[in-house]
Ligand binder design. Structure first.
Ligand code: COA
Length: 314
């Protein structure tokens, strides 16, 4: 029998327990040897190799940096504790307004230790997140669910579709490279205020403020390994182009525009710069409406259809 489940805000002291929860979800650990995946023990892997299995939560060193960012920015990492052991973690962000979601809580990650699933711990974490969002004046709580977890969220009341999102890979092999120094370039906004009224195009699985906030967090591991470029252009397009982990020729696009009519221009700028940086494809997560109106016409492939779910807080 298990003891009672306690949900509380995490602190840096919880890092070991949190890493243990996320690592429990990994069935086998690998490292690359001469381009081939070789099964290894966790202890044999470098911090970078551990990260490649699922991000900063895979090692205490990187998880401590991540948790520190979440806490310093007044967001809510929550842990579930049973018999003094951390058995689950959820990270809740409080976001600024958006037409549909209003002021909202966003569940960014949620993981229950593999040996403790289906015992009500995920539900208890989400219920606490909803309570905190309500205390912070939020009108809704939203999540971009892993496709395997949609049934779980529907069961616990996050059952309305906020957005349908297309994960698209633009083929830029034939795009003409564009050197950014030919453009009127400024720094990417270090302050959210400038972007608040702009249109957020990608990644539409989260809201503008949260995408901006997380884009400001630097991890030494990513800086060392991944090529990236960020800027504000002509004072009307803000973009980040970032190499995808493990895909040297592909990049992700983060995109904000001042006016909806600028989208074609912004996409062409982004594709040209990505090509100049040496990428052959550019991935974005855009709402289905934007995809149908403006993205479908470019040479592309659809990688996945996603939904963002939400519930209203009474
Ligand atoms: C998804 C996850 C968080 C659920 O946590 P959990 O503690 O096992 O869930 P709970 O026991 O609180 O389940 C609550 C209800 O949802 C149901 N449920 C749980 N997982 C489900 C799933 N994957 N699909 C459908 N229903 C599910 C449970 O049966 C329970 O229903 P009941 O109230 O009728 O008994 C957990 O399985 C997990 O960590 N998965 C891997 C990571 C992941 O997918 N996270 C979500 C990323 S957005």
């Amino acid at each position: 029998m298990y003891g009672e489940v306690l949900i509380r805000k995490a602190s840096l002291e919880d890092v070991w327990g949190i890493v243990d929860v996320y690592c429990s979800g990994v069935e086998k650990w690998y490292r690359l040897v001469g381009g081939r995946k070789v099964e290894s023990s966790y202890e044999e892997l470098s911090i970078v190799e551990r990260w490649s299995h699922g991000g900063p939560w895979m090692s205490v060193e990187s998880c401590a940096v991540h948790l520190n960012y979440v806490l310093v920015n007044d967001q809510y990492p929550l842990v579930a504790v049973v018999d003094d052991k951390i058995v689950g973690e959820l990270e809740l962000y409080i976001g600024y307004g958006d037409e549909l979601l209003g002021r909202h809580g966003y569940i960014d990650v949620l993981e229950v230790h593999r040996s403790y699933r289906r015992r009500g711990i995920g539900r208890a974490l989400v219920e606490k997140a909803v309570e905190i969002a309500g205390d912070n004046g939020c009108e809704t709580v939203a999540v971009w669910p892993d496709p395997n977890a949609i049934g779980f969220y529907e069961k616990i009341g996050l059952d309305k579709i906020a957005y349908r999102v297309k994960y698209v890979k633009l083929d830029i092999t034939k795009t003409k490279p564009l050197k950014p120094d030919q453009l009127d370039i400024r720094d990417f906004p270090e302050n959210y205020g400038m972007l608040e009224k702009w249109f957020f195009i990608s990644p539409r699985i989260e809201t503008s403020y949260i995408a901006w906030l997380k884009s400001r967090w630097d991890y030494a591991i990513e800086q060392e390994i991944l090529r990236s470029f960020e800027a504000t252009m002509n004072n009307e397009v803000a973009l980040i182009i970032e190499e995808i982990w493990g895909e040297k020729n592909e990049a992700n696009l983060y995109l904000w525009i001042k006016d909806k009519n600028l989208l074609d221009q912004a996409l062409e700028l982004s594709m040209g710069i990505a090509k100049h940086l040496g990428f052959n494809s550019l991935r974005l997560l855009a709402s289905r409406e934007i995809y149908e109106k403006q993205i479908e016409k470019y040479k592309h492939q659809i990688l996945q259809d996603y939904i963002v779910l939400y519930r209203e807080i009474k």
